[in-house]
Write a protein that binds this ligand. Structure first.
Ligand code: GLY
Length: 392
């Protein structure tokens, strides 16, 4: 596929995706597969929140009250993961680290257990599969768990993928599908007449496209040039994450994702097949701050140690903070906006990795038909109301 030259001499494409994180990349890959000439703007494609994320595919264990609509999308995406993984591994020649290992959510004290009982009841009302286990049954499954574990929920359908591998594979799959990369920052959206026309990059390059997809994660809400009425209401939600490593030869440490709410804070431990153990995550509303703090690391290690005491013997190999793109209802904003030519694919908050497969499919459908598929209609950006009433 080749870029077209438009009447003003600039580089034009069918689709210009602003943001090369997993959401932008999967959108570009799927669009290119549908025959659309596609370009991505990002200074470091494959970066962003996926460099930090643990990669839990936790539709069931991360269920929250009031998020039933989002649950349907999360489950639909989780169901696509095995085929998506096979297809992307074939397209890229890379292993995604997808692991159908299941998850165990445990409780350490009476309050935690009450919280978990509530979650179990909500899961049952929602028709989801999870099994209540005693503390002893939890330890039989995961012998490294603390003796004080009071009970838990076994969720065999919540798996994991390695987000860094996912992002790397998507970059390669995009390249192989003919997607062009502009390794620069988008400075502003351009609007001509009544429609989005492209973007100006930090180095002054002007790009034009028939359709523009704003997929810049938490930065999507602050791109210059986007009319206020269609500016997505996303905000950064900081997450600090640690990486430890289980030395070779890997002693059995954890066989599945283990998570808990300890004194009101969520902690999870995600064991990879290569010995990496990811411990996450804080959730902090601190604007654009991505500092790794002593307090954040301390709290994560303290809570993880209460769950799995042997963890303090492991080398601590990495500490990082990333920004989740939070939206007012914790659900993504997908598809066309009230500004013709401008689509959104952002606001995935805690579920960006989980929602990657379905986001690619939904966005490709929207870009080729102008409509959202049925399953994604609740996630139209227009649900936030102001978007249709105000002129753009
Ligand atoms: N879904 C995990 C997190 O957002 O920390």
């Amino acid at each position: 596929m080749h870029a077209r030259t438009t009447s003003d001499g600039s580089d034009g494409s069918d689709v210009l995706v602003l943001g090369g994180g997993v959401i932008g990349l999967v959108t570009a890959w799927r669009a290119a597969q549908r025959g659309l000439d596609t370009a991505v703007v990002d200074p470091a494609p494959g970066g962003g929140a996926a460099r930090v994320a643990a990669g839990m595919l936790a539709a069931v264990t991360e269920l929250h009250y009031g998020e039933q609509t989002l649950l349907a999308l999360n489950l639909a995406s989780a169901r696509r993961y095995p085929d998506f993984t096979t297809e992307l591994e074939e397209a890229s020649g890379q292993d995604l680290g997808y692991r159908a290992c299941g998850t165990l959510a445990v409780a350490l004290d009476a309050d935690d257990r009450a919280h978990l009982r509530e979650l179990h009841a909500l899961q049952q009302r929602s028709g989801l599969e999870s099994e209540w286990l005693s503390g002893r049954e939890c330890r039989r499954l995961e012998p490294m768990l603390a003796p004080g574990v009071r009970g838990g929920l076994r969720v065999d359908g919540d798996h994991q993928v390695d987000p860094r591998r996912l992002a790397g594979a998507l970059v390669t799959a995009c390249e192989r599908a003919g997607v062009r990369f502009h390794r620069d920052r988008a400075d502003r959206l351009t609007v001509a007449g009544d429609r989005a026309r492209g973007a100006v990059l930090a180095d002054g390059t002007e790009l034009t496209a028939d359709q523009v997809v704003l997929a810049a994660g938490s930065h999507s809400g602050r791109l210059a040039g986007v009319p206020t009425a269609v500016l997505p209401p996303v905000r950064p939600v900081k997450g600090q994450v640690l990486r430890l490593s289980v030395p070779r030869p890997y002693a059995p440490f954890l066989s599945r994702t283990v998570r808990a709410v300890v004194r009101g804070s969520h902690v999870y431990l995600v064991p990879r097949e290569n010995g990496e153990l990811v411990v996450g995550a804080t959730s902090e509303e601190l604007g654009w701050d991505t500092t790794v703090t002593a307090g954040g690391v301390y709290e994560l290690l303290r809570d993880a140690h209460e769950l799995v005491p042997g963890l303090t013997e492991l080398p601590l190999t990495e500490t990082r903070a990333g920004l989740r793109p939070g939206s007012p209802d914790n659900a993504p904003l997908l598809g066309p906006t009230a500004l013709p030519g401008l689509h959104l694919a952002t606001g995935h908050h805690r579920n960006g990795i989980l929602l990657t497969p379905i986001t690619g499919d939904v966005m490709a459908h929207a870009l080729t038909t102008g409509e959202l598929p049925e399953e994604a209609r609740p996630f139209t950006p227009r649900r936030f109301g102001i978007l249709e009433e105000q002129p753009v």
